[in-house]
Each structure stands twice: as C-alpha cells, then as structure tokens.
Design a protein around this ligand. Structure first.
Ligand code: GAR
Length: 223
C-alpha cells in the first residue's frame, strides 16, 4: 500500500482565537477557508456557546476562567501560558470581553487583533449600538484593529459602515453591524496571514496592494 504522509504546510501561519460568548464571528472565521491553521479556541467562560462551534469544526478548545483568578494580572498570566502552548503567529479576539493588562498586550505586540462593534475611535467600550442610536448618528459600523494598551484605540486595519435607520433598535442595528463584522474579520486575517499589512512609522496600517477608493456611504441616501 502506498500511504502518503499527511502533508503539513510548515509555511502556513497559525492563529489562536479567544472568545467569551456566542461565537458568530468565530463561526465566520472557521467557515472562511483562511490561509492559516487555527490551533485553538480559548474561552474565559466555560459556558460560552462558541466553544460548541469550535468543537463541531474539530478545533481544540481550552478554558481559562477569569473568575478563578484574584486579579487581571494572574488571569492574563495563565491566559498567556495557554496561548504560548500553540506558539501562534496571531491572536484573534473574536468577541473576547476582557480588558487585557498592558503587560499582556506588550507580550503580543503587533500579533493581537480585535473586532469592535463601532466605527472607532467613536464608541469605544460597551453598548455601542444603543449609544449610537441615542446620539442620532446616521452611519455606524465595525472595526478590526491591532490591540494596544490604549483600549479600542490601536491601529485600524479595516472598517465597514452601515446606515442607521429611523426605526432601528439596538438589536436591529447590532444585527446589521454583525453581518459586516463577519465579512471584514476574515479579510483582515487573510491580509495578515499573507503578510499584506505593515505599520508605517506613524503607527498606521498600510496595505501592500493598491487600495481602491471603495464606494461612499451616504445615509440617508440623497434624492
Ligand atoms: C461582536 O459584536 C464583537 O464585535 C463584540 O462582541 C460581539 C461578539 O459576538 N466585541 C466587543 O464588543 C469587544 N469589545 P460573537 O460572539 O457572536 O462573535
């Protein structure tokens, strides 16, 4: 019998994904056929529904429970040990709802990315959709960015915008934004895996390929 050893692409980058909740972004990443190996999914909550999604895709899951740690430093130390088991090239926060210590962020400088449900730097923090509605903005969206110790203010990789509609509730707006999250997050990771992104001297993200102007979003539409 002529058995071929399973081929492993040693040049392929490896990523670890951190979650806290539902895992719809995780699902989008797992279904995106990314040019990388997803080494593990780590959750800080034992009951995160996203863990089941990872298992269905045959991905290793680990739990680092934040409530069994007295402070952020000790939680982040255990989290780092767990991540380092997989020696990932990239750590992806996909709905990971913990603020990370500056030491943790520094350890993974330029290797840590996050998705946030607003057009940063507007609406950093929580309850982004309700706050956008309260302010009456006409355009809202989502952002993928590098994580720095300045929470939600790291270099921006990609953003998507949606119109805010008059009868929107936080839930309807969140659903439209989430749909865009599922589109831009895989794109950002694909660029990173293909080494298409670098930071310039001013700490801003540059894309290797030529950027196109894209289409403007005017909301509400003009007559
Ligand atoms: C997403 O909307 C993500 O942008 C947000 O949590 C949700 C997770 O959904 N992340 C943050 O607010 C981080 N500050 P998911 O578990 O279905 O991917």
């Amino acid at each position: 019998m002529n058995l071929k050893p399973e081929s492993v692409d040693v040049t392929m980058k490896s990523i670890v994904i951190l979650i806290s909740g539902l895992g719809s972004n995780l699902r989008a990443l797992l279904e995106a056929d990314l040019p990388c190996r997803i080494a593990a999914v780590i959750s800080n909550r034992v009951d995160a529904p996203g863990l089941e999604i990872a298992k269905q895709h045959g991905i290793t899951t680990r739990i680092v429970a934040h409530h069994s740690h007295p402070d952020r430093e000790s939680f982040d130390s255990e989290l780092a040990l767990c991540i380092d088991d997989y020696r990932p090239d990239l750590i992806v926060l996909a709905g990971f709802m913990r603020i990370l210590t500056p030491q943790f962020v520094a350890r993974y400088q330029n290797k840590l990315i996050n998705i946030h449900p607003s057009l940063l730097p507007a609406y950093s923090g929580l309850n982004t959709h309700a706050r956008a509605l309260r302010d009456g903005v006409k355009i809202h969206g989502c952002t993928v960015h590098f994580v720095t110790s300045d929470v939600d203010h790291g270099p921006i990789i990609i953003q998507a915008a949606v119109s805010v509609l008059v009868d929107d509730t936080p839930a309807t707006l969140a659903a439209r934004v989430l749909h865009q999250e599922h589109r831009i997050f895989p794109q950002a990771i694909r660029w990173l895996c293909n080494d298409d992104i670098r930071l310039n001297a001013g700490g801003k993200v540059l894309l290797r390929r030529l950027e196109q102007p894209g289409c403007p979003l005017i909301s509400p539409e003009m007559e």
